[in-house]
Ligand binder design. Sequence first.
Ligand SMILES: Cc1cc2nc3c(=O)[nH]c(=O)nc-3n(C[C@H](O)[C@H](O)[C@H](O)COP(=O)(O)OP(=O)(O)OC[C@H]3O[C@@H](n4cnc5c(N)ncnc54)[C@H](O)[C@@H]3O)c2cc1C
Ligand code: FES
Length: 344
Amino acid sequence: MTFQVEITTSGHRFPIEAHETILDAALRHGIGLPYGCRNGACGTCIATLEKGHLHYPDGEPEVLDEDAGNQVVICQAHATSDLSLSVREVQAEQDICIKTLPCRAEKLERLSHDVMLVKLKLPEAERMQFFAGQYIEFLLRDGRQRAFSIANAPHQDEFLELHIRHVPGGSFTGHVFDEMKDRALLRIKGPLGSFYLRENSSRPILMMGGGTGIAPLKGMLEHAFHTGLDQPIHLFWGVRARRDLYMDELPRKWQQEHPNFSYTPVLSDPEQGDDWQGATGLVSEALLAGYADLSGHDIYMSGPPVMIESAMPALVAQGAAVDKMYSDAFEFASDVLDKIKQNG
Ligand SMILES: Cc1cc2nc3c(=O)[nH]c(=O)nc-3n(C[C@H](O)[C@H](O)[C@H](O)COP(=O)(O)OP(=O)(O)OC[C@H]3O[C@@H](n4cnc5c(N)ncnc54)[C@H](O)[C@@H]3O)c2cc1C
Ligand code: FES
């Protein structure tokens, strides 16, 4: 049975099935209602019921006081009629609570010679709400931090998916490749950053990723397809050689499935035997060559700082609006930068 939910504070409406929670239905339709634990313990998701009837199949959540009145724990409540709720929607990174959490490396899988897929599992009673494209930091025992982008979309928050490139001589990424075992215990902080999909824009989107810079863009794209964004989206993915296109088949599949999506892989340094017929050179040059006038586009860029720094002026020279360009530069960690500065 299907009912309708109205969020009176925003005017958003979405259908809900009798067997799902209000929160699950909202997230399924790309509506950012606030949440934390998703198991009725923290109270982050409490909303006010203005109209309608609901029930709690697993019993009344402990977080509700006896005099809770018309307060509703939306991560546990199911609808038994059409509903009107008032609740503040999550619209910007400031609206999301940044948490420090333990987690497990549930799955480690080599995606290429130097990229590892790491799937992090949070404790049963915890979830991390995030915007597609944000990142987390690993908090290391010695106090250092290492940043990695979240490569999955928020509606699939059971795991956090990361694509970790092995930095030659890198202490943390070396550990991930050489020593870390499945189910290793780690500590993370997040979600962080303001690099996320601006869903309220209907302008065509250009995305440019360098190497593992594809990771946050993958999360954004999965979110965009899930919520049905229908403006044209063109992804440019720049790597050195064919072996670095560690998930080439996924955007190729998306291109078949979504008429508004196109994909251009670009190799800067093809190897002998790559037999490459596609674009070559710098990924930014491929994008600039394809779009003479960038004034109507939203542009998302992530990857090596040098890629982003060198692309910015050229994009602006071709009309890109500074306030419509969003980027995450994969900078060295602050302790490494300090060392580089000290050594002149
Ligand atoms: C917001 C943000 C998001 C990020 N997302 C991702 C991601 O999704 N996937 C990913 O693979 N990386 C990502 N990075 C980069 C990642 O944080 C670094 O590669 C990581 O900190 C390296 O840690 P390490 O301890 O292995 O190397 P360190 O021991 O810190 O460094 C060893 C040496 O490697 C070099 N080095 C360090 N960092 C980098 C770097 N970023 N690029 C090139 N050389 C470096 C330096 O010469 C340094 O002396 C992101 C960075 C930021 C800031
Ligand atoms: S009570 Fe924690 S998210 Fe609902």
